[in-house]
Design a protein around this ligand. Structure first.
Ligand SMILES: [Fe+2]
Length: 232
């Protein structure tokens, strides 16, 4: 099971604030059946260059790796990535490849929680066409309510992938929509989007078991099996 979206790297964003906390979160995910965790700290182009971000990310990863080495428990495999905040002009960013998830063409893109203009939508599609990028929209459930009907389907038809948070399935008020989207094949990745041990902790197992109860274990297996195509 892959956790596609997390803020576990220590002291790099509003996620884990210490190496100890990072380890604790990884242990929680391991116990929930996760074997691969994508580390996706926030990248905001207005605040820093990709180079500056990657230097900070390397530093945080180095600290985490050292702590993992002295940990007596086997922890999930880690993949370095980023949650890149959209900005007008992003499709011309030269360093875009450096922000993709390690060894993949996947770019986790966080979109504004506001109606997207036709220009914005075009730009997402340009990103796919110009740089071999497979765009994954982060927690689509947060932004989709602001869009015109059919926008999610239109983007998927053009090759955009969708990630939802575990909370989309865990919360009573959104669960029905989550199931509906899952059943229609509109969700490609699931992420805990965990930020700490206590506040926004990893709760991915709960989401997976809700999917299993609603549909079947086969549906869960198929969902994770299909993701394998994007890796390696
Ligand atoms: Fe996030």
């Amino acid at each position: 099971m892959i956790d596609f979206h997390s803020h576990i790297l220590p002291q790099i964003d509003d996620g884990a604030q210490s190496v100890e906390e990072s380890i604790e979160m990884l242990k929680m995910l391991k116990n929930q059946g996760v074997n691969t965790v994508c580390l996706t700290p926030h990248y905001i182009a207005m605040d820093e260059s990709p180079k500056e971000f990657l230097e900070r990310r390397d530093e945080a990863f180095k600290a985490l790796k050292e702590a993992i080495e002295s940990c007596d428990e086997e922890l999930p495999k880690l993949l370095l990535g980023a949650e890149v905040y959209y900005y007008p002009g992003i499709c011309r960013m030269e360093e875009i490849d450096t922000l993709k998830l390690e060894n993949t063409e996947l770019l986790l893109l966080e979109m504004p929680m506001a109606p997207w203009s036709e220009y914005t939508i075009r730009e997402i599609l340009d990103l796919i066409n110009s740089s071999n990028t497979k765009v994954v929209i982060a927690h689509i459930e947060r932004a989709m309510g602001y869009q015109k009907r059919g926008t999610v389907e239109r983007l998927i038809d053009s090759g955009v992938l969708m990630q939802t948070n575990a909370s989309f399935f865990n919360m009573r008020k959104t669960r029905r929509t989550a199931f509906k989207m899952f059943n229609s094949g509109l969700i490609h990745f699931l992420g805990s989007d965990c930020h700490s041990v206590k506040h926004r902790p990893p709760r991915i197992e709960e989401a997976v078991s809700a999917i299993k109860d609603k549909f079947s274990q086969d549906a869960v297996d198929e969902f994770f099996e299909e993701q394998k195509d994007y890796f390696e």
